[in-house]
Design a protein around this ligand. Sequence first.
Ligand code: ATP
Length: 669
Amino acid sequence: MIRQGQKTLNNIAKFRSFSQLPLYNFNVQSKKEDLSLLEKMDPKKNKDLATKLRILQYIKPYIIPFYHQDKEINKTILKSYGYMFLSKSFFYAGPISLKYAINYLASASLISQAPIFIIGYGLCYSAYVFFEGQRNKILAHISQNALREISQQTYEHLLKLDPSFHFGDSQRQTIFDITKAQKAIESNLKSVSSFFIPFISDVVLSSVFLLYHCGPFVFLSFLMTYGGYIWFTFDLTNSRRKGMGLQKKYERQADFTLSETLSNYYNVKYYSAEKFEINRYTSILENYKNQTIENQRTLAQLNSGQRFVFSIGLTANMIYGAYKVQKGLMTAGDIVLMQSLMMQVLQPLFFLGVQWREWTNSALDIQRLFKIMDTKPKIQNSPNAVDFVYNGGEIEFQNIKFGYSNDKVIIENMNVTFGKGKWISLVGESGLGKTTMFNLIFRLYDPQQGSILIDGQDIKNLKMESFRQQICVVSQNPYLFNDTVMSNLLYGSKNKKQEDVIEVCKKLNLHDLFMSLPQGYQTLVGEQGNKFSGGEKQRISIARCLLNDAQIILLDEPTSSLDSLNEDRVMKAIESLRNDKTIIMITHRLHLNSYTNEVIYLTKDGYKEQGKHSHLIQEKNTRYSKLWENFVVLDHTSNVKVEQSEDDLNQKPQKKQNGQKEDDEEKME
Ligand SMILES: Nc1ncnc2c1ncn2[C@@H]1O[C@H](COP(=O)(O)OP(=O)(O)OP(=O)(O)O)[C@@H](O)[C@H]1O
């Protein structure tokens, strides 16, 4: 499950190339109001307490019967309480039976009945073990359900968050944090249901039995011993918190460094940085080791202190009991009962520190999850959002101003129209904001000013799923899932037939490559698709996009890793498969513009030239024609281009524009 989450996060990529991510049809079982309640609490006011209360809110539906909306889970929780009642009944019947066995053994007239109580003691213990086992089975079932539902909620929330969240911090760190937090919540749930609830019932029941069987002195001494023990445990555990926090921090650093280094394996090798990385990792491990030793020392202190407090209480009660027996006010059986009851609660009491420490530690881990759950997606459907109505796929930037942050404007006063059904090249210098324009079309960000219209509809007023479904993006860095070739090709196009896939792959020169693999189209592509070359990955992601039914295709330097032969094939494949879809293609390889219907050339100072490649380069005073001259001279493929350019400039554009109005306007501003 965690691996799946990691795969998906990695593939959210620069923008979500496929709007089918919501195809995963989550069916979250927890009541939604639980989350909103959690969200309302302000952890800053009393961070520690607030976090613990939020954790309780989170796990409440799995502890309190009738709180979960799934009736089956409610029944299971109720059953677990039934088993607890039975196990506790036998747990306390045992020492009482033992008390009578001892008293009868000490009495000459009743000694013959003692074995019945001894057998009763044994049976009670067996029954207790049986019902406790049944309860544990049920608790495992509940906690696994809880883990699944909480992971699901988190996953769903993560997929809603904006790219600024996913690419602001380290994604790997986020994954670590979430994984740890989910485990921490599961462990907290287990500790509440398997430890704290039975523990509280033990303290209450032991008190009642001690009061009834051994009198008020033993009862009070018992309460004081437990009170002192609990106070000491909590006090010392809280003072160990800082040290535990440091240990966690070093642990996270170590995990993170390991993962960073391994995922940058090639860079480490290329820069011969093994020694540097080993030293870095070792110094973190050293910190972790020292802090763990220090924490173990304080833990030993805690444990010996706890036993000391308990032994004082136990000894005081035993002395008092011995005195009462001497006076004939208590029996030997009462002393055994007192000892058994105290010892029965002693066992869980020794775990109290461990459990409380776990809670305190998990609170640190879970705080990170809460921080993520508190992050609200900036881009959301407006309350009155309507469905997008496709009408040819014209895209219009109206007076757009945008910057990723307020202090740096990337795009200002931009007015551009990408005509419907056209294949348009978007050209401009590096860093101009071309990829950013794609991000804006996909509404991964909202412009600070102006509107983006698709087929005359402002995307801010549209349901995001409805227009995103019509857009497919091939990003600069092709992202593949670590799945089979076929699954990657069909990601988002589940209804496509095998023949369609083969047709597209043949056109992109991929079919023979896949067929040469041992498992053909069922071959796994490897982590991030690294079983394929950069150019092959690029062609796979183009194939995936061409197989998609989206009517608008955004190609961000789709052939940057391709040789000229494959580049030509790809261009021809796009041309033959595009079926009047609107395509915007960012490219720095100007010769590709001969394949497209139109070029939009933008500069940082807001200048724009728009028209057919062949016309723009013939106009000697256009900036684009100067760029083209430079390209032809400087580009290492210039020979090909010069040869091609005669074709490209004079024939291809004309051939390509079949079906397109000849009176395409050239706009120059
Ligand atoms: N997520 C981001 N957060 C902050 N700044 C960003 C982000 N993405 C891009 N930028 C900045 O925005 C500017 C435009 O980037 P963009 O990728 O849109 O340019 P581009 O025209 O596509 O460049 P290239 O041709 O090199 O791909 C750059 O200065 C870049 O550093």
